[in-house]
Design a protein around this ligand. Structure first.
Ligand code: PMV
Length: 346
């Protein structure tokens, strides 16, 4: 058997993707920090043998069989055969994945998991065909396949920052895949911290897929998409210039807007918990008292991400330990930072 292996990180959006159409196409452009510590490692052992002429795979998570994930991945790979990977009908795959973060941490693994899987598939395709494509074409295809697996996953593979979704004023931007924008950002953001405060480890009551779908019929949807298009441009300028105040204002507004959209969907729902609000209030008070540029964001769940420059690490860490850790589920925190994107590990 031959083997392919990739490690890919999670990412945290600053301008959020919320609402989609067609085959996983975003209703507005989004931009994210690529993380480092929260990552998935995936190995695929494969052989050139297939008995039934359809996708054949086994799947283990951390070495243990996982039928629910296996079924989800099989369905996903089935959907890729005709248009992207005809070779999947001619091979048998043994997929093994492991996450760097604990199962019960409430951290979604779809962005890291789907991007690591997509990269392995692109590599196997290249090995089988014997045609080596250039790095850009390889990355672009991996981003497209990641997107089909889980929208936001398409941003994870790039160093430092990814941007996904077409914007008329952003060259090379596309709804089909993300592009890397790390080269364009001020050095202060290249070493930014993202500490993930685990408020709850419970499974989300409403999935992201259901949440995206509820944007259809949301009375604020059109205004929201317009706002995201405008904010992306303002944020990109702030990222280039190292303007922390504008960065923080947009990032926090985006988190609250995302959750406000959930609260005014029909049916309405709420993913923030008491602990999320308590943390947000303390972060605002800490910033007002100290002038330290500590900001929060949220993804589609109750956990709070704390974003701050590396030079403030000591002060922020001691604030987290004394004031915020007690509000976390079992005191759980993942100390993460901006990372270098996906890496080949085999
Ligand atoms: O990629 P999905 O379908 O899990 O949606 C992710 C949505 C948010 O995390 C809330 C925002 C984003 O852009 O990552």
């Amino acid at each position: 058997m031959q083997k392919a292996g990739w490690q890919s990180p999670s990412n945290i959006a600053l301008v959020k993707y919320w609402g989609k159409h067609g085959r996983q196409l975003p209703n507005n452009p989004s931009v994210s920090f690529t993380l480092n510590t929260a990552a998935t490692r995936t190995f695929i052992a494969w052989e050139n043998y297939n008995k039934f002429g359809r996708v054949e795979l086994s799947f283990t998570l951390e070495g243990k069989e996982n039928p629910a994930f296996a079924a989800r991945i099989e369905k996903f790979l089935d959907s890729l055969v005709d248009e992207y990977f005809p070779f999947l009908k001619e091979v048998t795959l043994q997929i093994d994945s492991s996450n760097s973060f604990p199962h019960s941490s409430g951290i979604a693994s779809s962005a890291s998991g789907m991007s690591a899987l997509a990269l392995c598939l692109c590599e196997i395709e290249q090995t089988i065909s014997g045609v080596t494509v250039d790095q850009d074409a390889f990355t672009k295809k991996a981003s497209i396949i990641s997107r089909l697996g889980s929208g936001s996953a398409c941003r994870s593979i790039y160093p430092e920052m990814g941007l996904w979704g077409h914007h008329p004023d952003i060259a090379h931007s596309s709804d089909d895949y993300a592009i890397g924008i790390g080269a364009e950002i001020h050095p202060v953001f290249k070493t930014f911290h993202d500490d993930i405060l685990i408020v709850s480890a419970k499974e989300k009551s409403v999935s992201s897929t259901a949440g995206h779908n509820l944007m259809v019929g949301n009375p604020y949807a059109e205004a929201r998409y317009k706002q995201a298009n405008e904010r992306i441009i303002t944020l990109l300028t702030a990222l280039r210039e190292g303007d922390l105040v504008t960065f923080g204002k947009i990032t926090e507004d985006e988190a609250l807007t995302l959750h406000a959209l959930m609260m005014c969907s029909d049916p309405s729902y709420m993913l923030m918990e008491e602990g999320s609000l308590a943390i947000i209030k303390k972060v605002k008070a800490f910033r007002a008292d100290t002038n330290i540029p500590l900001y929060f964001t949220l993804d589609a769940g109750p956990n709070v991400h704390l974003l701050y420059p590396h030079e403030n690490e000591l002060d922020v860490r001691s604030f987290i330990t004394s004031e915020l850790k007690p509000l976390c589920h079992e005191g759980k925190i993942i100390y993460d930072h901006v990372g270098q994107g996906a890496q080949k590990i085999m």
